[in-house]
Design a protein around this ligand. Sequence first.
Ligand code: FES
Ligand SMILES: [Fe+2]
Length: 395
Amino acid sequence: MDAHKQREMLERLRAHLEHKTTDLSAYALKVPAEHYVSDDQLALEVDALFKQRPVLVALTPHIPNEGDYLTHEVIDTSLLLVRDSSGEARAYINACRHRGARIAEGKGSKASFSCPFHAWNWGLDGRIIARPNSHDGFAQTDARFDQLLELPCYETAGLIFVLLKGDDIEAKVNELMGSSLSDIANFDIANTQYIDSRVTELDCNYKFFLDGFAETYHIAPLHKNTISPYYYSNATLVERMAEVVHLVSPRKTIDKEFEKPLAEQGLVLPYCTTEYLLAPNAMLTHQVDHIQFWRVYPVGGAHRCRIELNVFWPKPMDEEAERKAHLNVDLVWDVTTQEDFPQSVAIHRNLASGDVPELVFGRNEPALIYYHQNIAKAIGSDQLIPITELKDENS
Ligand code: FES
Ligand SMILES: [Fe+2]
C-alpha cells in the first residue's frame, strides 16, 4: 500500500472511529447450509477455484536462493517448488518419473534431488542427471522419462502461483489479483525472512477458516480476554480489488498517529491488521510489521480441512527480532486454535446436522459477503441470496 493510499485510509478510519461506524455492504446475505456441507458443491469449487485458477502456493522467501525447495499439497496434487539456477521458481509434480515416488519432503536446500526409492537423481531444472546401478535398463525408454512433470508457475510481488489445469498463468494471476498486486508489492515480501509454520486439520468446511478472519465484529466477544484490548473492533475498511477482498482493521495504537500534528499524519500499516483474502483459500496479512500467510485446503470432502500458517519477518533480523518473531507465531496460533477454530467446528456440526438451514452475513460483514459471492460466481451458484428489504422493526 503506497503513501497516498495510506493517507486516504487514515482519513476514512478517523471518520469511522469518530462516528462509531464501519464500512457496510449494500445488502446482507443469506447463505444456505448447503454452501458449506455439500460434497457436490465442493467438487465444483475444487475444479473451478483450485484447479482452473492459479493457486497462491508460496511466498518468494520460502525459496529465496538457488536450490531452495518446498513441498506443498494442493488438494490431491503433491508439488515440489524449486528455485533453479537461473533464479526462476519452478513447480514440479513431486513424483519421480521412474515409478512415481516422491522425490522430496518438507523444505530445504539441495543441489539435486535423489529419489529415495531407487536413487534416480534429478536436477533443479527437472532433468534426469543419473540412474545409478540401472544396468542400462532404461536405455530404450523415451525422453518423457528424463524430465519431471512441470506445471505453470508465476512469481510476482513476492507471491508464487501455480496453475494445475490450463495455461496463461500470468494473465490469470493479473485478472484475479487486479490492483492488489501493486499494493502487495509495497510490502517488499521478497526481503522478508521465513520464520516458522504451523499446520492443523479441523472437522469443518475449509471456507469457515476465512469466515473467522474476515470481520472484526467477533473480536470483542470471542477474544475478550486475549486480543480484544488491542483492537478497535468493528471499524473496518473493506474494498474489492478484482477477486481479492482487502480489509484494514485498526488497532488501538492508531491513536498515536492521530495525536501527531495533522501535517505529519499519514501512516496506517504500523497500526493495523491489513488482510488480502484471495478466494478460495489464501489470506495474506500484514500485521503491524510482519507478514502472516495462511492457507486452507479441503481434505477428503466438504467436512474437513487443513490449515497452514507461515510467518515472515522483515530483514535484517537481530536476536531480539528472532525472539519476538517466534513468540508471535505461538501467540497467533494459540489464539486461533483455542478461540476461532472451535467456533468453526461447532458451526459446521450445526449446519451438517440439518437443523440449521441457513446463516446470514450482515452489512457490517462486507468482506464475508464479497468472499462468498466470489466463490459462488466462480461455480455458477445462485444459492446466496442478497437481503435488500428492511424489516418492519429495526434490529
Ligand atoms: S521411483 Fe524414483 S528411482 Fe524408482
Ligand atoms: Fe478471531
